[in-house]
Ligand binder design. Structure first.
Ligand SMILES: [Zn+2]
Ligand SMILES: [Zn+2]
Ligand SMILES: [Zn+2]
Length: 444
């Protein structure tokens, strides 16, 4: 292969993907023509490329699927969240003076689970549940002990509630945001429907799986004027008022599950652990970079990385039996499968999402006005790198694109080379961000 005259260009392509572990192979061409004369100003065709194809990144955000692309995605998330806190990437720097909160919302308890770091579930009476399991543990578990997050009694644990809560978590978040707006409005005597004429609430949130395999939500919430990031909020729009509204809404909002003969109707709420802390412009509070890095860290982790679920969809009951997960997680997957067979829960697609324990939200969700977008960050990068297949639209020109998918992945030899490149890239690229994201601290 090294003797192949195409080798240098082939290597260049792999380097262009940053050593992506599973690149997409495209075949096709892009032509840029003068809109008036029809003259071809630029033409790129994969026919002259090695194997007549162009390799592009898989862009998977998951570290277990593709480490280089997930690192890139985490970096983009860091910039996206950071721009919403401090400005930059077309977001005005004045956003740093707005009321901004870092909010954590949790799932409610579905039953006692083993805890790490402190005396686990101490109880003197030595009682047992109706299934004969001890109600106390009394051990001090290390955080990585396999028992941490597992229920004291699986039969007492509300597996159906857990799965159905996951399936409605995104809806619960939507209701929460609506309710925060409503509360802010009514706290200053505004008619709720007028809120949008006075202020705008923006957010970026990530989901994180806890040890008990329940999703936690971390969010950055910002209050602007009605026009968004460029606009000052009204004088009543203070961080304190926003904190009060967040706490009240987190306590109050509820989503009812569809009625089921087997399960009944559940009223789903947030857990009682709610945290809302202001991010201050004078940095008397959690540092903005630290918050952005903290949020970015979670987007590279799916359910499988945290032991809560598996990488890909389970398509049969046997897939669930064979999954390399704890009994607790397996039970959650089985409950997803069983409930997913009930017609009343059909819209929840619980079987499709059994591998993520019923949670089907994106790992990162943001409101439109919060910050820039992943697409804008990618376009910016493509522009800097002068990517062969992607060209900016130039006024007065027409671009013709004809592309098709012809395959994916690497041969074993190419995979080794790609891994080497990925390592180099990881060492050199955006060292500060990488450090932030992987360790949550500033590199020296
Ligand atoms: Zn990749
Ligand atoms: Zn314990
Ligand atoms: Zn029990």
């Amino acid at each position: 292969m090294v003797q192949d005259p195409n080798f240098p260009r082939w290597l260049e392509q792999i380097a262009g993907t940053g050593g992506c572990a599973n690149p997409v192979h495209l075949s096709g061409s892009t032509s840029t023509l003068d809109a008036v004369t029809g003259e071809i100003l630029h033409h790129y065709d994969t026919r002259t490329e090695p194997n007549e194809r162009l390799l592009v990144r898989c862009r998977n955000r998951r570290a277990t699927v593709c480490a280089p692309c997930s690192r890139l995605h985490a970096g983009d998330t860091f910039h996206l969240v950071r721009a919403g806190l401090l400005g930059g990437k077309n977001v005005p720097a004045t956003v740093r003076n707005r009321p901004r909160l870092f909010v954590t919302l949790t799932a409610p308890s579905f039953g006692p689970v083993h805890r790490a770091g402190e005396l686990c579930r101490p109880r003197r009476d030595g009682g047992r549940c109706e299934h004969g399991c001890p109600l106390s543990c009394g051990t001090v578990h290390t955080p990585d002990a396999s028992v941490v997050g597992q229920p004291l009694c699986p039969d007492c644990y509300d597996y159906m509630g857990h799965v159905l809560w996951h399936a409605h978590a995104s809806k619960l978040w939507d209701r929460f945001v609506i309710d925060v707006r409503r509360r802010l409005a009514s706290s200053v005597g505004l008619v709720q429907s007028r809120f949008a004429q006075h202020a705008r609430l923006s957010f970026a949130r990530v989901a994180e799986y806890q040890k008990r395999a329940a999703v936690h939500v971390h969010a950055v919430v910002r209050l602007d004027g009605p026009a968004g990031p460029e606009d000052e909020p009204p004088s009543w729009g203070t961080a304190d008022r926003l904190i009060d509204a967040v706490h009240a809404s987190a306590r109050r909002v509820v989503v009812n599950t569809p009625y089921s003969l087997a399960v009944g109707e559940l009223a789903l709420r947030w857990g009682s652990q709610v945290d809302a802390r202001p991010l201050r412009a004078d940095s008397d509070g959690p540092d903005d970079d630290a918050v952005a890095a903290y949020v970015a860290k979670y987007v590279t982790k799916g359910a499988s990385e945290t032991g809560a679920g598996i990488d890909h969809r389970a398509t049969t009951w046997d897939d669930i039996d064979a999954a390399p997960v704890s009994e607790h997680v397996r039970t959650l997957m089985r409950v997803c499968w069983r409930l997913g067979g009930l017609p009343e829960y059909e819209p929840l697609h619980l079987r499709t999402w059994a591998h993520t324990l019923g949670y089907r939200g994106h790992i990162l969700t943001k409101s439109r006005a919060y910050s820039t977008t992943y697409a804008a960050l990618r376009a910016e990068r493509a522009h800097h790198m002068g990517h062969g297949g992607v060209q900016d639209e130039v006024p007065g020109t027409v671009t013709d694109r004809h592309w098709r998918y012809v395959g994916s992945g690497h041969t074993p030899g190419a995979a080794l080379i790609a891994a080497g490149i990925a390592e180099d890239v990881a060492r050199n690229r955006e060292a500060v961000v990488d450090e932030w994201v992987s360790h949550g601290r500033r590199s020296a």
